[in-house]
Design a protein around this ligand. Structure first.
Ligand SMILES: Cc1cc2nc3c(=O)[nH]c(=O)nc-3n(C[C@H](O)[C@H](O)[C@H](O)COP(=O)(O)OP(=O)(O)OC[C@H]3O[C@@H](n4cnc5c(N)ncnc54)[C@H](O)[C@@H]3O)c2cc1C
Length: 402
């Protein structure tokens, strides 16, 4: 009988998990007895790290050729139910029907989504850049502003949340708005955060650089404040300040995909399953977790992966390898990724590149921007390669950031 490795999600983690699993199966000459099946709504990797940008071309490259070349089967659908006791998945197919699929090993790589706090108006009036559709909706709205009469509300964008996504969205926005509304319009862009300073979560040195960059880009900050409510023409803050704005962009953090709730394992406050170093969901057999659905140690110094593409690219390779290793009888590989970097796009000012968990500032402005552009246009894209070239870079110890 043929054994099955089913991988849920074709993001950064799921794509590499499927290639990595096939690599092990091919090396063991077990293609006839073990198959890898990738399940996701579309055979694409959405480049979520770039969705704060204005131009949204090539943000969801098709991976059909690569997975077919590697010998991965593909099912267009969404996993609806995980029965981990009986190793059965229920899948809602994109053609509207439902099917079930048994598995021998399952890799959950269904990512994350924006966590929207229960603030009045956020669901009805908030924009965001979490999915390609969300980012397109924001761009259509921004383009439509030019047909509205000139007003403070039209010319003002407020970004809620001063994490990396909020900072990148805000820093990009003045140039983006000017390109739409014209140079002579009195544009305002603000970032609102509960933290004491913009970028405070990145440490004192990085935060100072971020403050300088925001100010040079023309972004105002409102810190140490919560949002009380929003509607289609204003946003009210916890200090009672009311800012007229037709455009509030939510960058309020992410939580793991809700399928994690169907696996009876311990989860962290973001909903991620806490795994062992082989990326097993600890309390159930045959289930691996990768990307934004897992919390795993990156080293022996007490650091854990973050919900980043940088970590997902490695976690996927390790989870796919280990799922196939268990079925082929080779040793499992313990996930480790000691090097951690951050590259934050700060609009017209440039970009900030830091190294280490203490985020030492290494490159700023144009130097940082060159690295960011390389990351955003090359490093994170699924490479258009054939089977052997893909297998050559799908090893679990592949170093994502040299
Ligand atoms: C605006 C923005 C900026 C970011 N910037 C950075 C950055 O600068 N650097 C960085 O490292 N990270 C960044 N990130 C984070 C990064 O994008 C995520 O950490 C990364 O996408 C996680 O990869 P993943 O494979 O776990 O999940 P995802 O990329 O979210 O992929 C999940 C996949 O699962 C599929 N799926 C969902 N539900 C189901 C289901 N029920 N059944 C089957 N398939 C399903 C989806 O369709 C998708 O294919 C950013 C994110 C955003 C939104």
């Amino acid at each position: 009988m043929t054994a099955k490795i089913v991988i849920a999600g074709s993001g950064f983690a799921g794509f590499w998990a499927s290639i990595s699993a096939m690599r092990v199966i091919s090396q063991a000459n077990k293609e006839d007895s073990i198959k890898v099946i990738l399940v996701s709504p579309r055979p694409n990797v959405t480049i979520r790290p770039r969705l704060y940008e204005a131009k949204l071309d090539n943000m969801s490259p098709d991976i059909s050729k690569q997975i077919a070349a590697a010998g991965v089967e593909y099912i267009a659908g969404k996993i609806e139910k995980i029965d981990s006791d009986n190793k059965i998945l229920t899948i809602n197919l994109v053609n509207g029907s439902q099917t079930t699929l048994t598995y021998d090993r399952f890799v959950l790589a269904t990512g994350s989504q924006l966590a929207i706090p229960p603030v009045p108006g956020f669901y009805e009036y908030g924009f965001n850049v979490d999915t390609l559709e969300d980012a397109q909706r924001l761009e259509v709205h921004l383009q439509a502003l030019k047909s509205k009469p000139d007003s403070h509300a039209r010319n003002t964008v407020v970004v809620v949340g001063g994490g990396l996504t909020g900072l990148e969205s805000a820093a990009e926005m003045p140039a983006r708005l000017k390109a739409i509304l014209g140079d002579n319009v009195n544009i305002r862009v603000l970032i609102v955060d509960t933290a004491p300073a913009p970028g405070a979560g990145m440490g004192a040195d990085a935060s100072l650089v971020i403050q300088q960059a925001l100010s040079e880009c023309g972004v105002e900050s409102r810190v140490g404040l919560r949002v009380e409510s929003i509607d289609n023409k204003s946003i009210t803050l916890s200090n009672r300040e009311c800012i007229e704005s037709n455009t509030v962009v939510l960058a309020t953090g992410v939580k793991a995909n809700t399928l994690t709730e169907q696996i009876s394992s311990k989860r962290d406050t973001s909903g991620r399953i806490i795994s062992d170093s082989y990326l097993h969901a600890k309390a159930v057999s045959g289930v691996f977790v990768a990307g934004d659905t897992v919390k795993a140690p990156t080293d022996d110094k007490g650091n854990y992966n973050l919900m980043t593409c940088q970590h997902a690219l490695s976690l996927g390779r390790v989870a796919g390898h280990n799922a196939a290793a268990e079925l082929t009888g080779i040793p499992l590989y313990p996930y480790n990724q000691p090097k951690y970097v951050t590259c934050l796009d700060l609009g017209a000012w440039g970009a900030l590149y830091t190294e280490g968990w203490d985020r030492r500032v290494c490159f700023t402005k144009n130097e940082g921007k060159r690295i960011k552009q390389e990351i955003n246009t090359q490093w994170i894209y699924p490479p258009e390669l054939g089977r052997d070239e893909l297998f050559a870079i799908a090893n679990p110890d592949y170093v994502i950031v040299p």
